[in-house]
Design a protein around this ligand. Structure first.
Ligand SMILES: [Zn+2]
Length: 88
């Protein structure tokens, strides 16, 4: 009985190791459906222990930019809003 439980835990080891990653569902599905092939199990394990891709951050320059108080669009350094024509 304990050997069966050990084999189940060993089979789902990639899914257990990758449960906190952003691709946890993909790792689990690969482990579930292709884990019985050794290649699928190793691929899921490598995917599970590899590092997550860093989140992409886009910086918007906000130094001299002014937002229009009427429509909210970015007016840049101009004195008039390019979207609605209001003075900013
Ligand atoms: Zn505007």
């Amino acid at each position: 009985m304990f050997s069966l439980l050990f084999l189940i835990v060993l089979y789902f080891l990639p899914a257990i190791l990758g449960r906190d990653k952003s691709d946890a569902t993909g790792i689990f599905l690969l482990n579930l459906f292709l884990g019985w092939t050794i290649v699928g199990w190793v691929a899921a394990l490598v995917w599970a222990i590899s590092s997550d891709r860093p989140a992409r951050v886009v910086y918007v320059p906000a130094g001299a930019a002014v937002y229009c108080s009427r429509c909210g669009s970015l007016a840049g350094a101009a004195h008039f809003c390019t979207a609605c024509g209001r003075t900013v």
